[in-house]
Design a binder for this molecule. Structure first.
Ligand code: ZN
Length: 422
């Protein structure tokens, strides 16, 4: 009964939210892609709707499928009691912010915080239970997908879609049976390691700080093969470079890095060298750009005070224009441009990482893996998950075409997901 009441309240909340936005294009009412059957079929080359991108950047963002391949909201939910359905003050993301940011698909990170020393697999089962609970409780607005077809079906109905990706192979506790359970319960990628090495292989942090080589263990090699057989994406974010090259040797499917950046721009063990980026592209894989300033900018410092200043300064604009997605984003962008600061990390640095990958291997292999709510501080203008449209505007300013922007916003990951998670 309680769930039913919460569900009804949430539907009303979303419908009210819809009333504040431009009615014809609103996602919760009108499926965005009813005009574009080609998008569903991936014939993305023919998708062009906007003649003046400088004017229509935010309309394009609203129209395109927007996907983020890494988010840690389950951590503040489990540890701090955050509520996914509310506009929480202390989270970077939730249903309200994703909607305001024009996000359509979020891959939820299934991750066991380091404070839990044992029983990782049990903890993971609870996280998955929670995701399934959300899917039932908020079924009017949210759908937890396992396969491409059902993802696209829910998206075409205007629902916000969730996928699950696991972070840290330690959670399977050396058991192939546990890997299979993860798959059967809907987890569609596994990051082979987090920062700590495990039964599968050596992490990037361990490899860099201990100077050890490492690689995949025999068990780890079997895990990769089995993931290929199951139709589960191998995620190399956090993985040591030696193990990375083992994966390249073994995996027959495209390889993804769900939340990693360019080492050549920000030399951090979590980032990818040019050779790694080329290998991922060669596998027809995908790289989700991480919004964490430390992985973007070698000179990064906390952006919290800048974010607070912007959020306060934007209150009146939100009150006045919050009802209109395009207008609000235009006014917000004006404000952010006029109130640029020389400190922190500007969003342009994040665009540099996208640009770098595009120039190195082409436009088909990059997207977003924000890492929101994973304890990260993000570029000045990207203060929370409402801010994805700012990236689209910046891509327009850099001269990206509509097709290219659609690929970066979501179609690149969708291509890989369709191929592997059929
Ligand atoms: Zn991570």
């Amino acid at each position: 009964m309680k769930q039913l009441i919460i569900g009804i309240v949430l539907v009303i909340l979303f419908q009210n939210f819809a009333c504040f936005t431009t009615n014809t294009a609103d996602k919760s009412i009108t499926p965005k892609n009813t005009q574009q059957p080609d998008k569903k079929d991936h014939k993305m080359d023919s998708t062009t709707k906007f003649t003046d991108l400088n004017k229509d950047a935010f309309a394009l963002h609203k129209d395109a499928i927007v996907i983020d391949t890494h988010n840690d909201i389950l951590m503040p939910i489990f540890i701090e009691g955050a509520d996914i359905s509310k506009d929480n003050h202390n989270t970077q993301s939730d249903f309200v912010k994703w909607k305001e940011g024009g996000l359509d698909v979020q891959v939820f990170s299934i991750y066991v915080p380091v404070r839990y020393k044992s029983n990782h697999f049990n903890y993971v089962m609870k996280l998955i239970d929670k995701m399934e609970e959300y899917s039932t409780q908020y079924s009017e607005i949210f759908y937890l997908a396992k396969h491409y077809d059902e993802l696209m079906k829910a998206y075409s109905k205007g629902k916000f879609c969730g996928l699950m990706g696991a972070e840290g192979g330690n959670m399977i506790e050396g058991s192939m049976e546990n890997l299979e359970t993860l798959y059967s319960r809907g987890v569609r990628y596994l990051g082979l390691t987090w920062n700590t090495s495990n039964e599968i292989g050596t992490s990037a942090r361990d490899e860099s700080t201990r100077g050890g080589l490492g690689g995949l263990t025999e068990f780890g090699k079997h895990v990769v093969t089995r993931m290929n057989e199951l139709g589960m994406l191998v995620d190399v974010s956090h993985l040591g470079e030696t193990a990375f090259w083992d994966v390249v040797q073994i995996s027959k499917d495209p390889i993804i890095a769900s939340h990693s950046n360019v080492y050549n721009l920000a030399p951090h063990y979590r980032n990818l060298t040019d050779e790694q980026i080329k290998a991922i592209a060669k596998s027809e894989g995908y790289i989700g750009i991480n919004f964490y300033c430390k992985f973007l900018d070698p000179d990064a410092s906390s952006t919290t005070s800048i974010h607070n200043k912007y959020k306060n300064g934007l209150k009146s604009i939100e009150d006045e224009y919050g009802s209109d997605f395009v207008k609000f984003n235009e006014k917000r962008y004006e404000y952010l441009t006029e109130n640029k600061t020389s400190s922190g990390t500007p969003v342009d640095v994040l665009i540099d990482h996208i640009d770098y990958i595009v120039k190195l291997v082409g436009v088909d292999y990059v997207g977003f893996g924000s890492d929101f709510d994973g304890g990260v501080y993000t570029p000045n203008e990207l203060y929370d998950a409402t801010c994805y449209p700012i990236i689209t505007k910046k891509l327009v300013e850099r001269g990206y075409t509509e097709q290219d922007i659609r690929k970066i916003l979501g179609l690149n990951f969708l291509r890989v997901f369709k191929q592997v998670c059929r």
